[in-house]
Design a protein around this ligand. Structure first.
Ligand code: NDP
Length: 342
């Protein structure tokens, strides 16, 4: 059983040596005396920015650090190999939280409600359940439709726009009839946004020295909605460009996750004068909305309304580098690790 073990708290951008690939012997059975447990084979693992917050040590707010010497924890698509749990049967396919190894023995809290979801339809790729049809998709859906309260014709800006959440938010905004601009970290990503995903405009944040000027060029009338995935200087510049009664969905601050100390904001007072609503959200609070979201996403896909971009890395040995790459912008779309693909 190959495992990705968390070794050391990360300083700055995590290094591969902060993790280790190890092999351990494993019987493909739930051990005797372990009721309400499942042994699963991990088919796909998801690389997500919040995992950096768990690599600590300085993040205080909400995620407990990973335990040194144990496998990392993240979302995955799994198949039950053996079960002593009344709710799960051998052979069933699920998505949810699991451990970063080929096989995982999962018990509470992994088996609680809203930790593992059964996959009921097999007509779409299984990996979609940790992207478009999983936690990032739900974050894009709730974050945009609920937190941003969008209206047709509004001016929308999305950062990390070629990432798992961002590329979906931009397409939802276009479906709503908004004007949409995205920022991303390379020419390849900018081209994807403009030419394949229907964004009205996009720019490479690494090419811009003055974010305020870059936004003013693209939004001469100002921004109604900002879907913030990055925080930091981009958020500060957006505040200077918000329209009256604008909304900012605070999805995440990936530009800050590798920093020892988070940057402050200089322009926050603009939110007062322009009556801007800034609202953070944690998607775990909305898992009860999953069934409604799932049906809606399937409909979007069937009707060809949405393009989903996946970035697949093959083999569990590549998982540490895949996760680090996500934090340095190497992914295009949703990054997943195929461990034992269907
Ligand atoms: P992405 O697929 O967007 O991957 C992260 C991206 O962040 C990279 O591709 C990179 O893109 C960008 N990035 C990395 N470093 C920087 C930087 N210094 N400045 C600007 N951009 C940077 O990840 P997700 O879509 O999964 O997550 C997006 C955000 O949403 C994150 O902040 C995450 O924490 C948050 N999130 C929040 C949830 C919630 O419940 N609130 C749930 C899930 C995610 P580029 O090449 O464009 O720089």
């Amino acid at each position: 059983n190959k495992q990705i073990i968390f070794r050391e708290f990360a300083e700055g951008i995590p290094k591969e040596s902060d993790m280790a690939v190890k092999s351990a012997q494993l019987k493909l059975k739930v051990p005797e005396g372990r009721p309400m447990a499942v042994l699963v084979r991990n088919l796909y693992l998801s690389c997500d920015p919040f995992m950096r917050l768990r690599m600590g040590p300085q993040m205080e707010c909400c995620f407990p650090p990973f335990e040194r010497g144990l496998p990392l924890v993240g979302f995955g698509v799994v198949q039950i190999v053996d079960s002593t749990h009344l709710d799960f049967e051998e052979g069933e396919l699920l998505w949810g939280l699991t451990t970063w190894e080929e096989f995982s023995l999962l018990a509470e809290p992994f088996t609680d409600a809203y930790s593992l979801f059964k996959i009921k339809d097999l007509d779409l790729p299984l990996s979609y359940h940790i992207g478009l049809l999983g936690m990032p998709g739900l974050s894009a859906y709730i974050g945009f439709y609920e937190i941003c309260s969008p209206k047709k014709g509004e001016y929308v800006f999305v950062s990390a726009a070629a990432g798992a959440i961002g590329h979906l938010v931009g397409q939802f905004a276009k479906l709503m009839g908004c004007y949409v601009v995205g920022s991303a970290g390379s020419k390849e990503k900018v081209d994807l946004l403009k030419n394949k995903l229907g964004f009205d405009d996009a720019f490479n944040h690494n090419d811009e020295v003055d974010f305020d000027a870059a936004l003013k060029r693209r939004f001469p009338e100002g921004i109604d909605i900002y879907f913030d995935n990055v925080g930091g200087d981009m958020l500060d510049a957006v505040l200077l460009n918000m329209r009256l009664h604008g909304r900012i969905a605070m999805s995440g601050m990936v530009s800050q996750y590798n920093l020892e100390q988070h940057q402050g904001l200089r322009n926050l007072f603009c939110a007062v004068t322009r009556r801007v609503r800034m609202e953070g959200f944690m998607i775990a609070d909305y898992f009860d909305r999953y069934p409604e979201f799932y049906e809606e996403m399937r409909r979007y896909l069937k009707e060809g309304k949405i393009v989903y971009v996946e970035d697949v890395v093959h083999g569990i040995e590549g998982a540490p580098a895949a996760l680090i790459g996500l934090l340095t912008g190497q992914n295009v779309g949703k990054r997943v690790v195929a461990v034992a693909p269907d």
